[in-house]
Design a protein around this ligand. Structure first.
Ligand SMILES: [Mn+2]
Length: 233
């Protein structure tokens, strides 16, 4: 049988493999969290669900796999999440939704009423790929590990001095029980912040921390090469 390959979706922080559309770091409820800090934003639910349903059509997939941080607040359920998590799950037009639990997904099981369609797991495998959030280690024989958690970005300064951070894919290798390919996904929710890895040169979590030969690829496919060469000048 032919092995499945991940395909990156052009200009989107999403990939697909077989019947699965894959994203990470959706952070449902973050806009309401920002409202508390004095930034008033409309709910993102309609926009995010429409975008994901569109990506499903575009990639001809059936199921959604979220590699952690489906929701935003860490140990509890916020009022916004209590309304917004069930609402977006209703609006998402996928046969199955698999959430590999992130550090922000505390008690998310209590917001799920359809355990046939929506599954919460530590990790989930498709062919030779294993998806997990990345705040905890995993034991696996799969060739490629795909994680989120880092919200990676690359910091640029243009010739007028303006500084901006672009979301990016990070590709590298990691040594656990054997050598795996490692893919660190950009965060799907733009409000959730980005870590400028060419500046920090650091990755979070027990898997990403040991990445080697890390290179950055922008969402349009531009390969920026090794991160160690991407100094922020
Ligand atoms: Mn996150």
């Amino acid at each position: 049988m032919k092995k499945l390959m991940v395909m990156f979706v052009y200009n989107e922080p999403a990939l697909f493999v077989g019947d699965y559309l894959v994203i990470a770091d959706l952070h449902i409820g973050i806009s309401r969290e920002m409202a508390k800090a004095g930034v008033s934003l409309p709910s993102q639910i309609a926009g995010l669900s429409a975008k994901l349903n569109g990506l499903k059509k575009q990639t001809n997939t059936k199921n959604l796999l979220v590699a952690g941080d489906f929701k935003h607040s860490i140990p509890w359920i916020s009022y916004a999440e209590q309304r917004e998590v069930p609402e977006i799950l209703r609006r998402l037009d996928f046969e199955k939704i698999i959430i590999t639990k992130g550090n922000h997904d505390g008690r998310i099981e209590t917001l799920i009423d359809d355990n046939e369609r929506i599954m919460v797991r530590k990790s989930f495998s498709v062919d030779d790929y294993i998806f997990t959030h990345g705040h905890r280690n995993i034991a696996t024989n799969k060739g490629t590990i795909v994680i989120g958690h880092n919200h990676p970005g690359i910091k640029f300064r243009d010739r007028f001095g303006a500084i901006y951070v672009e979301p990016a894919w990070i590709l590298g290798k990691v040594e656990l029980e054997k050598t795996h390919d490692l893919i660190i996904m950009p965060a799907f929710n733009e409000l959730s912040g980005k870590g400028p890895v060419n500046e920090t040169k650091q990755f979070m979590g027990p898997i990403a921390r040991h990445i080697r030969d890390a290179r950055a690829v922008l969402l349009d496919g531009t390969d920026l090469g090794p991160i160690r060469d991407l100094a922020m000048k």
